[in-house]
Design a protein around this ligand. Structure first.
Ligand code: SF4
Ligand code: SF4
Length: 322
């Protein structure tokens, strides 16, 4: 089995449909959010690595697209049986006892209520109700946070557990991402010194894992990304490509090796873009993910995995740089 046919963690936003429409949402989810079909989702399940330690299903609000969620859970159970821990990230607004029973029966063992913050409409108002609901089904609320603690997701048994958290100004995500509605609403974190790439949900370790950070990729609907914010263009399309093949392909590129090291300011060095130049652009753009967008838009062609200048003119890009 190829190395990349095993992923420690896959974070899949399978829908951008949501009952809420939060200002800080990084992927423009909402009642009109983008969706993909059940057939596409089943295709994606087919293209996932043969082994996944944990799969986080998210959105959007997964329960706003309940029929699709149930079909995905059936597909995951058929392919991985109990070898993969299936986790659900939900805002909790639509969760009922009846739905919880079905989710448990279909293999979800971890529930994360990711909405306890001032940006969400209900901002934790259902928390006590949800706590009672989980308790009534034997879902334990005292566990460590398995999203963060590497030790937690490596456990081989998957006892039922739940937890809650939300966005805060200095949240573990490191501030609102310069993405989606947060970008539109102008509430993204302006701080060139904050490296989103080097913390959980960033690109760090997407190929190899890092200290206390699992090897995790994200799939945004069908877009295969090294991180949750997502690169300007996807590394691949999980509907038509094997995720393991895409990872094996990008792993050869020094650009992606730098992302894997959580060092987006160094990712242009192999094609002649100095760290100094990247630092200057990052300082102007005020956010390292915006520098990353510029890099993949103007300097590096994701399809050919070459510098744009080389790809377009067949000439070494290095000679043309300032
Ligand atoms: S932040 Fe979560 S609850 Fe809010 S719109 Fe986005 S997906 Fe929905
Ligand atoms: S810098 Fe690029 S690769 Fe790193 S987290 Fe931001 S968008 Fe992802």
């Amino acid at each position: 089995m190829s190395k990349y046919n095993h992923c420690e963690s896959v974070y899949w936003v399978f829908t951008q449909l949501c009952n809420d429409k939060c200002d800080h949402c990084y992927n423009l989810s909402g009642p009109q959010g983008a969706r993909i079909s059940e057939a596409e989702c089943l295709q994606i399940i087919d293209n996932l690595p043969d082994r996944i330690d944990r799969l986080i299903l998210s959105g959007g609000e997964p329960l706003a697209d309940k029929k699709l969620l149930f079909a995905i859970l059936d597909g995951i159970q058929a392919r991985y049986a109990k070898s993969t821990q299936v986790m659900l990230q939900t805002n909790g607004d639509l969760l009922s006892g009846e739905i919880l029973d079905v989710l448990i029966e279909k293999g979800v063992s971890r529930f994360d209520i990711a909405s306890i913050d001032r940006f969400h409409k209900h901002a934790g108002s259902r928390l006590m109700e949800l706590a009672e609901l989980f308790e009534s089904r034997g879902v334990n609320g005292d566990d460590k946070d398995p999203l963060i603690e590497k030790d937690s997701y490596l456990v081989k048994s998957h006892p039922l557990s739940w937890g809650y958290w939300g966005a805060t100004d200095d949240m573990w995500l490191g501030g609102n991402w310069a993405r989606g509605r947060a970008l539109e609403k102008n509430i993204w974190l302006r701080d060139p010194n904050h490296n989103f790439c080097k913390i959980l949900s960033g690109g760090i370790g997407f190929l190899s894992g890092a200290e206390n950070i699992p090897q995790e990729i994200s799939i945004q609907l069908w877009r295969i990304n090294p991180c949750c914010p997502g690169t300007y263009k996807a590394m691949g399309d999980a509907r038509v490509e094997k995720v393991a093949d895409v990872l094996a392909r990008v792993a050869q590129s020094p650009v992606f090796q730098k992302i894997n090291a959580g060092d987006p300011l160094g990712m242009g060095e192999s094609i002649g873009i100095s760290r100094e130049f990247a630092e200057g652009r990052n300082a102007e753009l005020q956010n390292v993910c915006l520098w990353c967008d510029e890099f993949f838009r103007d300097y590096f062609d994701m399809e050919t995995m070459q510098s744009r200048f080389e790809a377009e003119n067949g000439v070494d890009f290095k000679v043309k740089l300032p």
